[in-house]
Design a protein. Structure first.
Length: 172
């Protein structure tokens, strides 16, 4: 037996057998239906809030899988050993967790954050004088993102390596 709690029952009717149906005669052209949805459950012990929360969480889970496939490039797992499959899924789950933490901390989408942070780059300069790896100058938005997620911005210089001394040969 399904149970329904109707908060705004202007657009719903209950049949004699207890099923919910849309009351099409109550719907007019000027009726505002945006943001309305109907949820039904076979568990009569759930409260209206629990049903709505469960539905919203389902949407978040589906969004998470979609993001894993789209943004994090989770593709079919081609591992043979169980521990490698588990490690692969765990790493993907951790990546998704980090994206959600960043989204919540920055109040922005991962797509926007990824685009913005993709502007940072490491540039390598190498020559007779040695090797230098430096980052591009972070913008004010980069600083906001790093501050929001609680990490330090990358240093300006990542690596400075002087030229190696030429090997000495006996008799030189």
């Amino acid at each position: 037996m399904e149970r329904a709690t109707i908060g705004d029952n202007r657009f719903l009717r209950t049949t004699k057998s207890g099923l919910l149906r849309i009351n099409r005669t109550a719907i007019t052209a000027d009726a505002k239906l945006d943001g309305k949805f109907l949820l039904r459950t076979s568990d009569p012990t759930l409260s209206t809030e629990d049903v709505a929360l469960g539905y919203k969480q389902l949407l978040e889970v589906e969004r998470g899988w979609r993001d894993l496939k789209l943004y994090l490039d989770l593709r079919p797992v081609r591992h043979q050993l169980e521990e490698r499959i588990r490690a692969h899924v765990l790493l993907c789950w951790l990546a998704l967790l980090i994206t959600r933490i960043a989204e919540n901390a920055c109040d922005d989408t991962w797509r926007n954050l990824r685009h913005e942070l993709g502007q940072l780059a490491a540039i390598e300069h190498a020559g007779n004088a040695g090797r230098l790896v430096e980052t591009t100058q972070p913008t004010a938005r980069h600083a906001q993102i790093f501050d929001a997620v609680g990490i330090k911005a990358p240093p300006r210089f990542l690596d400075i390596t002087p030229p190696e001394a030429a090997p000495t040969r006996p008799g030189d």
